[in-house]
Write a protein that binds this ligand. Structure first.
Ligand SMILES: Nc1ncnc2c1ncn2[C@@H]1O[C@H](COP(=O)(O)OP(=O)(O)OP(=O)(O)O)[C@@H](O)[C@H]1O
Ligand SMILES: [Mg+2]
Length: 302
């Protein structure tokens, strides 16, 4: 299996790599620290290993809808067990990039992609890739809250049933675990066979998250998951994301700057299909290197 051991952001000199996330060693002065550093060099910690092996690497990506280019030369790693936010003005290509990550754009006629997207080192656009399997590993939650017009139980059991899980006890267990994972179990455990459409908007979005979790994905893509929700429901989903990153890698598109600043570890700022700046979230929001990022986050445009 091909692995990516040294993640870089090639191709865009204006894109700054985040030092805190990509360097495993910090130079310290004392002898004790030097000894410790040497030990750490020999035995990288699990966290350092995870950080130097990104879950996804996007390399020199261009994307076209017919003759219209929606993404230009995008390169970035998506780190495992981190929340990465994509921000930028409407039409800059955030959703397009998100959909490229699980090949949902394959369903749009006349689209073309150049470059590579590697999931744990393997190109997801390789002709041998089973797209259904890929979309199981990389799940998606949409802005438009879209539960099926079926019961709560059936919504969550849907994916496992497609994967031929038939035993009722196993399905019940997956439904409970997934609803617990989505922070919804306590609210719905006594009405699992009621219609999903009888839930509130915030509950329905958590149900959609439970449905995505039920097939045990590695990565969760979320396109403005809170844009239709009130602040309390939004807060619940943000807490949930924080808990879920223990087991998942999360990419979230948001127009809400406070949300990006609150929940994400890394933030990429996009403009007109280009990744302008990608860094740890604190740096993007307090000390961005590009004037255009600063203008956007301070509300001067977009
Ligand atoms: N199915 C499509 N066919 C043709 N062009 C499309 C299609 N979907 C998106 N585009 C175009 O691609 C560009 C990027 O769109 P995209 O939806 O990725 O932007 P976005 O950053 O997610 O915007 P928003 O914040 O409004 O959701 C836009 O110019 C858009 O009009
Ligand atoms: Mg969008």
């Amino acid at each position: 299996m091909q692995t990516v051991s040294n993640p870089v952001i090639p191709g865009k000199s204006s894109v700054r790599q985040t030092s805190s996330h990509f360097s495993t060693l910090v130079v310290e002065k004392t002898t004790d620290n030097q000894k410790r550093m040497r030990q750490e060099q020999m035995e990288p910690t699990p966290a350092a290993i995870a950080e130097s092996h990104p879950k996804i690497v996007i390399k020199d990506m261009n994307f076209f809808y017919g003759t219209v280019q929606a993404l230009t030369n995008v390169s970035m790693p998506i780190l495992a067990h981190r929340i990465t936010a994509f921000i930028g003005p409407s039409g800059c290509g955030k959703s397009t990039l998100l959909r490229c990550l699980n090949r949902l754009n394959d369903l749009v006629d006349g689209t073309r992609i150049e470059g590579k997207i590697l999931l744990e080192g393997n190109d997801i656009y390789d002709p041998d890739v089973d797209v259904t399997d890929l979309r199981t590993r990389i799940g998606m939650v949409f802005q438009k809250i879209n539960p099926f017009p079926k019961s709560i139980w059936q919504n969550v059991a849907f994916g496992p049933q497609l994967q031929n899980v038939r035993k009722r006890a196993m399905l019940d267990e997956v439904v409970e675990t997934s609803l617990r994972g989505a922070g919804l179990w306590e609210e719905v455990k006594d009405r699992l066979h009621a219609s999903a459409l009888s839930l509130s908007g915030g509950q329905q979005q958590r149900l959609c998250i439970a449905r995505a979790l039920a097939v045990n994905p590695d990565v969760l893509l979320m396109d403005e998951p809170c844009s239709a929700l009130d602040p309390i429901s939004t807060g619940r989903i943000e807490e949930l994301l924080y808990a879920l990153k223990e087991r998942l890698t999360i990419v979230i598109v948001t127009h809400n700057m406070q949300q990006a600043a609150r929940v994400s570890d890394l933030t990429g700022f996009f403009l007109l299909g280009e990744l302008i700046e990608y860094d740890d979230t604190k740096t993007i929001f307090t000390n961005p290197s590009d004037r255009r990022t600063e203008d956007y986050i301070t509300g001067r445009f977009g």
